[in-house]
Design a protein around this ligand. Structure first.
Ligand SMILES: Nc1ncnc2c1ncn2[C@@H]1O[C@H](COP(=O)(O)OP(=O)(O)O)[C@@H](O)[C@H]1O
Ligand SMILES: [Mg+2]
Length: 268
């Protein structure tokens, strides 16, 4: 697909751009982890990112979330440039990322784990209400619980709300991490290998969950995954990275048929 075809397809879809990067380049000493990456993610779009180990996928997430500063290039969220914004400000603007390994608080219930994530981010303005002992405190508490239950519902965990997190299966635990990430309704979710180590049936549940999340909240998702069949079925569009570059992009069908991608990555 040429650049102009890509542009006209976006226009035809009539979707609003949420995230855009232009010329993102990132060097770690002698290693160039990202080379002139241009990415666009529309509102409510799910974009998969695949590529071999060391391709720069996690580094791309880190630079979008603000954990590291790119050497060159710019990033916009909703048309506002965020290239120099620190991570906490990007989080407040609605960018949320998950990590390859995350530890829940095992002895806390699933519900309280999600609540802790919400409170950790000052969700619902609760901190000031708590501090000042405002009469609205109870109402805020109830609103928070509702937010938590909404997130658990999207993630298929309402039935597990009262169970200690340590008792969850690995697939449920992964969905609890998702619930923690979405509890305050991020606009852009960066998922780094969310299904690694899951059984096939659990991967299918996870795929259905992110689809439900998108439908319920209109959240955009960037999804890094090794599991190519999962990415292909879950994503509207796929980017293929290799050695810090995007070597192919398009719909899953286009990417799967792209000879450059096949030669470099899919091994066909
Ligand atoms: N903090 C770091 N310091 C130095 N090099 C790094 C650092 N993080 C990543 N790299 C290098 O950047 C490249 C891309 O890594 P990464 O983004 O983790 O790839 P992926 O997630 O696609 O496996 C690799 O060559 C890796 O060794
Ligand atoms: Mg990685």
């Amino acid at each position: 697909m040429t650049q102009s075809e890509a542009v006209s397809r976006e226009a035809a879809r009539g979707q609003e751009t949420l995230l855009r990067t232009e010329g993102l380049t990132l060097r770690f000493g002698g290693i160039t982890a990202l080379r002139e990456i241009d990415v666009e993610v529309s509102v409510a779009e799910i974009v998969g990112v695949i590529g071999p180990n060391g391709a720069g996928k996690t580094t791309l997430f880190d630079s979008i979330a603000g954990m590291i500063r790119p050497s060159e290039g710019r990033i916009w969220l909703d048309g506002r440039e965020i290239t120099r914004d620190p991570a906490h400000r990007r989080a407040r603007a609605g960018i949320r990322r998950t990590f390859q390994r995350q530890q829940p608080i095992g002895w806390l219930s699933v519900e309280d784990n999600a609540l802790a994530a919400l409170e950790g981010r000052g969700g619902g303005g609760g901190f000031w209400a708590d501090l000042l002992g405002l009469p609205s405190r109870r109402r805020i508490e109830r609103a928070r619980r509702e937010q938590v239950m909404g997130a658990l519902e999207v993630c298929g965990l309402v039935g597990e709300a009262r169970r200690p997190a340590a008792e969850l299966s690995i697939g449920q635990a992964r969905r609890m991490e998702l619930a923690r990430a979405i509890v305050d309704r991020p606009r852009l979710l960066l998922l780094d290998e969310p299904t690694s180590g899951l059984e096939e049936a659990e991967v299918e549940i996870f795929a259905a969950t992110i689809e439900a999340l998108r439908a319920a909240t209109g959240c955009s998702i960037l999804l890094v995954e090794h599991d190519v069949p999962f990415v292909m079925s879950a994503s509207d569009r796929v980017l293929v990275m290799q050695e810090g570059r995007v070597i192919g992009s398009g719909t899953p069908a286009e990417v799967a048929a792209d000879p450059v991608v096949r030669a470099a990555y899919l091994g066909a």
